[in-house]
Design a protein around this ligand. Structure first.
Ligand SMILES: [Zn+2]
Length: 200
């Protein structure tokens, strides 16, 4: 062992994070050693709280403190329209654009697809179950107009094949390659208003 056991253990734990190799894990661990003890204690608590206090909403799959989440438990929302997004930031963006009054379905894994991750099969299957349970009349695809978003959209179509639900998607006119989370609210609102049936 190059380092004392507790430090080796930390390095191994850090190596489990996506995109972190042995070298980066070592650098991060040495950074921890140089940090003030109170900062390290805070980090430990933050790690534990993030893991223990959050969960995915049993309805939409978003990350929440309580399930069902605030949006899914809001009786004033239109349950007939479900907007499928890649992650929590897209939900926030659409919410602040104030245009979508329906519910969401949040894939999350597709949200950080740069490392080759695919939209979570179970999130897709949960979407199919939601549709099959009835009451949903329109699925709005709001995945990004880039390669990963298009890939996610294809998988959503595949999982919804044979269901009677209407599928629409945000109007083209969104800049190619734009992540929803970076779009100006007005542009997003326009794209939402101009949404079209998918086979158009
Ligand atoms: Zn929810």
């Amino acid at each position: 062992m190059a380092f004392p056991e507790p430090l080796e253990r930390l390095i191994r734990a850090l190596e489990n994070f996506p995109g972190v190799g042995a070298r980066s894990a070592e650098r991060m661990a040495l950074h921890v050693l140089r940090s003030p003890t109170e900062e390290v204690a805070e980090l430990a608590v933050a790690l534990r709280d993030a893991r223990m206090d959050t969960r995915r909403c049993e309805v939409c799959g978003n990350i929440t403190l309580r399930t069902p989440c605030a949006i899914c438990s809001d009786d004033t929302r239109d349950r007939k329209v479900v907007c499928v997004v890649e992650g929590p930031r897209e939900v926030e963006k659409l919410e602040s654009a104030g245009i979508h009054t329906g519910l969401y379905h949040v894939l999350i894994e597709g949200f950080a697809p740069r490392e080759g991750a695919e939209p979570d099969r179970s999130a897709l299957q949960a979407l199919r179950r939601r549709v099959d349970q009835g009451g949903v009349e329109e699925i709005v695809l709001a995945t990004a107009p880039d390669r990963e978003g298009e890939g996610a959209a294809l998988k959503i179509l595949e999982v919804l094949r044979g269901s009677r639900v209407n599928i629409t998607r945000l109007a083209r006119g969104l800049p190619v390659g734009a992540r929803l989370e970076y779009l100006h609210g007005e542009i997003l609102a326009d794209a939402y208003r101009g949404r079209r049936p998918l086979d158009d």
